[in-house]
Design a protein. Structure first.
Length: 395
């Protein structure tokens, strides 16, 4: 009887400690007490963080100063976010300070707020993304036959908050057919059933359907047009369908073991099973639309991304453009292969989002362009911690 009582007591304690699912920005971050303060070392010796921070300042300049942001329980204005970044820049660009002194000054002048993570206690999964380069052409032929689509003008956005708070999602993307509001076309309807044909939405034509799929996952990239011109392909909207992970589908079916899962592993499986490609890709009904640009890749706040410094998070929960700090692992690359993973900490800026980045326990780190960036992004699935910074209020 005593053992049963203790077991029941332990079970009740477990449930008492369980935290509710995070559905609002004020639930996503918690202030850190002084005794839980992080080390705040920067593994890149603050290189390029000022570049990334200034991009976020450009974003804040374009919105009303009183625009509200949530940093955990705190409601702060865009002006406060601006002042936070400006004060951070005063420290990191002060050449009279050593890196150690800069860290000490940051810990003195800023409050840290930790993400509650996926488990309510700070567990965060870090993945990586990069800027892929696709081979495309302006006109289609027998080789370049897969279109990159512009955003259709018949996608309507429905704000469900106007109808109450009983819906699991705040917004829907849809289309109108007669007097009905229907979900927008799925991947299968767009790619196989040609739902967008004859509407002049084909922006470019590419040689590989799988490359387009991975471009949609990365959110942006470059297109080599074969005539010496390389253009940026930037995210410009989505069909509103729920993202379903191809990697998870391959694990569930037993095609790839969980411990071997990576982007290169997915590519290799698709390469060696060409008859399964279409059916596998169609399992993910989510579809991304693009626009062309001559400038660099941009995130969801429409500023250029900085390799190693820009992160993507759930923009419904975590503050756009905000200064953050991450603690996870990075690869040691030798001769084009990953030799090992090593712990690191780094200041970053929250400048992007993604269809697969949902909840306070997910972060995507932008690695830039090139073979090492692709390799790192393809394999990165590391646990860690995420913090946001806010300048301390003056007494």
């Amino acid at each position: 009887m005593k053992k049963l009582f203790l077991l029941t007591l332990a079970t009740l304690s477990l449930f008492a400690c369980a935290k509710p699912p995070v559905t609002r920005p004020d639930m996503a971050l918690e202030p850190l007490s002084w005794w839980r303060s992080v080390s705040a070392q920067d593994d890149l010796a603050f290189q390029d963080i000022a570049v990334a921070a200034r991009q976020s300042l450009e974003y804040y300049k374009k919105i009303a100063p009183e625009t509200a942001f949530s940093i955990g329980p705190m409601k702060v204005a865009a002006l406060d976010m601006t002042v936070t970044l400006q004060n951070f820049l005063l420290i990191v660009e002060n050449t009279s300070l050593t890196d150690e002194q800069k860290v000490g000054q940051i810990k003195k002048e800023f409050d840290f707020y930790q993400s509650v993570g996926s488990n309510g206690w700070g567990k965060v999964l870090f993945t990586g993304y990069y800027e892929p380069v696709l081979s495309c052409r302006v006109n289609s032929d027998d080789v370049y036959k897969y279109p990159l689509y512009k955003k259709p003008d018949d996608i309507i956005e429905i704000d469900l908050t106007l109808f109450g708070n009983d819906f699991p999602r705040n917004k829907l993307a849809a289309r109108i057919e007669g007097r009905k509001v229907l979900p927008y076309y799925s991947r299968e309807e767009i790619d196989q059933k040609k739902a967008l044909n004859d509407r002049n939405l084909e922006m470019l034509w590419c040689r590989d359907l799988v490359d387009i799929y991975f471009l949609q996952i990365q959110g942006s990239g470059k297109a080599d047009l074969g005539d010496g011109n390389v253009v940026s392909i930037l995210y410009d909207g989505q069909n509103g369908r729920q993202y379903k992970s191809l990697g998870k589908s391959l694990i569930d079916s037993g095609a790839i073991a969980k411990e071997n899962m990576s982007m290169p592993a997915i590519r290799e499986y698709l390469r060696t099973h060409p008859d399964e490609v279409v059916a596998l890709l169609n399992q993910n009904p989510s579809y991304v639309f693009f626009r062309m640009d001559m400038g660099p890749s941009r995130g969801n706040i429409n500023v250029p991304l900085t390799p190693g410094r820009s992160i993507a998070t759930d923009s419904k929960l975590l503050p756009k453009g905000a200064l953050a700090f991450i603690e996870t692992q990075k690869p040691v690359i030798e001769s084009g292969t990953i030799k090992e993973w090593t712990p690191f900490t780094r200041f970053v800026v929250n400048q992007d989002t993604g269809g697969a980045i949902r909840g306070p326990g997910r972060v995507d780190l932008f690695w830039g362009q090139g073979a090492d960036a692709e390799l790192t992004a393809g394999y990165m699935q590391q646990e860690g911690k995420l913090y946001f910074l806010l300048r301390k209020s003056k007494p």
